[in-house]
Design a protein around this ligand. Structure first.
Ligand SMILES: C[S@@+](CC[C@H](N)C(=O)[O-])C[C@H]1O[C@@H](n2cnc3c(N)ncnc32)[C@H](O)[C@@H]1O
Length: 603
């Protein structure tokens, strides 16, 4: 997403071929790619949008509804704007609202979601949105805080997938909608057409064609577009005019299909080009690790002969780790909570997913596909890492000569790693690499220290587990809960659609949160489940929710159980555990450049 859409300067394909032929040629050339067998279903390669960095391409044609990608992790970044100095945020252009990834209840303030893989690498082209976010699952991989030293050390938000919205030819670049505000909030995109501009331009094309018989009036139409509207668009800096097709051939395509299709040729690369210049990114599927307590792991999706580049990953650079990963203590004064910046209470979970080295302050966080699932195992290691080839997947060798301070000025990916199979790997085998001696030592020490405290939390269950376990039991009223309370880590929330005649049930998706509510009463009909009377407190206007200006209390009757759910209280989930394991992955000594060693002699 430093990978950016710069629609205004996207070059158009050449003009001057007869309209209908152009249309046929477009599709012929797009689907000619199909005759070549792709060895890979998804590639990472230079975007077709100029200056937009990397992009993701499909190796096969896709239809609406197809699910792409094996599903990557999503890592919560807790209140990052508060915990770290705002001077440098390497993740800024690469994160989603935590709320959209099911993370809203992690803390009461802002949570952002760092979702490597497709979520990080797909660019936005507002004229040709062809994919959308499909969903994230929640699964703590069976790591219970009373039994596993690994509880809270891995993200439970995983399997983040992407769905196809419109037909894609083999070789087509994927584009997701970042929303108009992503463009309007960045000065460099001033004058870029927004989604409404494309809608109006499409309407203009369709209206012009509807004015008369397209065959008899064709010359008039051609004149209208070529001699009037397109030149006016070049003179006047109107975004709607810029959204119009740039030739009459394209107008014909826009009328026959839609404006998006006029952008498809420029957004498509040949499979031969992708094989040479891209990196295959679908060799990995996630699953529960075969290592007890390690959470999820990465598995080979196909046989991978020794020497195969299993995957490649660009890296976010954090020049000074201490300015990004520490989390400060939260102090409560009256009704308000403050961060005490004098006391570091822990580290952001993302640390466990990044590479570091004791001799440098630099942290490198991979956002490639599936790489964040690969666990440590020295004896069973079947992949190793090496620097990517210069110029491929954003790797710039000159960055191996820069000091961490010199990296401060720039965000975006400038370094990249390849993961190489060190032996033949069979489809379905778990992938491992060596995180290094430092990591292993830290892990064993953590396991040793952790064991003494494991009994205190044996009763803990997260809100989602409570919700499904108590699904069939009547909910306790507030009075009953005084005598028989629910655990202090959970709260009850009711669906936010308040119309009593149309109660909307929670779908159990991770994205719905509702409002805090109390159960005042319940009644059971003869043939019906319990219905509840609830007191619901709407949440005041905040950046996510514009419905209520201030908090209101409402009593609602006849609320079904499916419109009520248990949710974690903020800051109580496993990732907030004080003794959760935090340790970066060791960058091997042989990959560690001298220029980065700003802690040499101090460590
Ligand atoms: C890059 S993540 C690997 C993916 C992770 N297992 C997950 O579920 O998201 C690194 C973290 O995985 C866990 N891990 C990796 N290898 C492990 C091992 N051999 N034993 C225990 N935990 C391991 C640790 O919590 C580590 O900090």
């Amino acid at each position: 997403m430093v990978f950016i859409a710069i629609l205004a300067i996207t070059p158009r394909y050449s003009q001057g071929i007869g309209g209908l032929h152009v249309f046929a040629l477009v599709w012929l050339s797009l689907f000619a790619c199909l005759s070549t067998t792709a060895s890979c279903d998804l590639y990472l390669a230079q975007s077709t949008i100029p200056e937009a960095g990397l992009g993701v391409f499909t190796g096969i044609s896709r239809n609406p509804g197809d699910i792409l990608g094996a599903g990557d992790v999503c890592i919560p970044l807790l209140d990052p704007g508060t915990h770290h100095d705002d001077l440098f945020d390497p993740f800024d252009d690469f994160v989603w609202m935590g709320e959209d990834m099911g993370m809203k209840m992690e803390i009461e303030s802002q949570v952002k979601a760092f979702c490597p893989g497709l979520d990080c690498a797909i660019n936005c082209n507002l004229a040709l949105i062809n994919v959308e976010k499909h969903g994230v699952d929640f699964d703590d991989a069976g790591l219970h805080r009373s039994q596993h030293p690994g509880a809270g050390a891995t993200t439970p938000y995983f399997n983040s997938t992407t769905k196809v919205k419109r037909r894609l030819p083999a070789g087509g670049e994927l584009f997701k909608d970042y929303g108009d505000s992503w463009f309007t909030s960045r000065q460099k995109f001033d004058g870029v057409p927004l989604s409404d501009d494309f809608a109006v331009a499409q309407n203009l094309v369709d209206t012009a064609f509807n004015l008369g018989d397209a065959n008899t009036d064709r010359l008039h139409l051609q004149h209208l577009f070529e001699d009037i509207l397109i030149p006016i668009g070049e003179i006047w800096n109107l975004t709607t005019l810029k959204a119009l097709p740039s030739s009459f051939d394209e107008v014909l395509i826009a009328n026959r299909e839609d404006i998006g299709m006029t952008h498809q040729p420029n957004a498509t690369r040949s499979l031969e080009w992708l094989e040479v210049n891209g990196k295959c990114i679908d060799n990995i599927v996630p699953g529960r690790s075969t290592i007890d307590g390690a959470g999820h792991g990465a598995f080979a999706s196909r046989n991978l002969p020794k020497g195969t580049v299993v995957t490649g990953t660009p890296l976010h650079h954090i020049p000074f780790q201490d300015e990004f990963t520490p989390m400060y203590r939260v102090v409560t004064r009256g009704q308000k909570q403050y961060l005490d910046r004098r006391e570091v209470a822990g580290q952001q979970l993302v640390l466990n997913y990044c590479f570091g080295h004791p001799q440098t302050t630099l942290l490198l966080c991979p956002y490639g596909f599936g790489v964040n699932y690969i666990n440590h195992n020295r004896s069973k290691a079947n992949v190793r890492i090496r620097w990517a080839q210069n110029g491929i997947t954003s790797h710039d060798e000159s960055w191996l000569l820069k000091s961490p301070s010199e990296m401060l000025a720039e965000t975006g990916a400038h370094l990249a790693l390849d993961y190489i199979a060190t032996r033949d790997i069979k489809r379905g085998e778990e992938l491992f690499f060596d995180y290094g001696e430092g990591w292993e030592k830290a892990w064993y020490e953590h396991v040793k220290d952790w064991q003494s405290t494991k009994f205190w939390s044996s009763m803990y269950r997260n809100g989602r587990d409570w919700d499904s376990e108590l699904q069939k039991l009547p909910l306790r009223t507030t009075l009953e809960a005084l005598a028989d309370p629910y655990p202090q880590t959970i709260q009850i929330r009711c669906h936010s659609i308040l119309d009593e005649d149309a109660w909307t049930n929670f779908t159990r998706s991770v994205f719905e949160y509702g409002y805090p509510c109390e159960i005042l009463d319940r009644v059971k009909g003869e043939d019906t489940d319990y219905m509840y009377t609830v007191k619901l407190t709407t949440e005041p206007h905040n950046e996510y929710d514009t419905e209520f200006e201030s908090s209101e209390t409402l009593v609602v009757n006849n609320v079904p159980r499916d419109a009520i759910r248990f949710v974690d209280i903020p800051r109580t989930s496993d990732i907030h555990l004080r003794d959760a394991f935090r340790q970066f992955i060791g960058l091997p000594n042989e990959l560690m450049p001298e220029a980065w060693k700003n802690l040499k002699g101090k460590a």
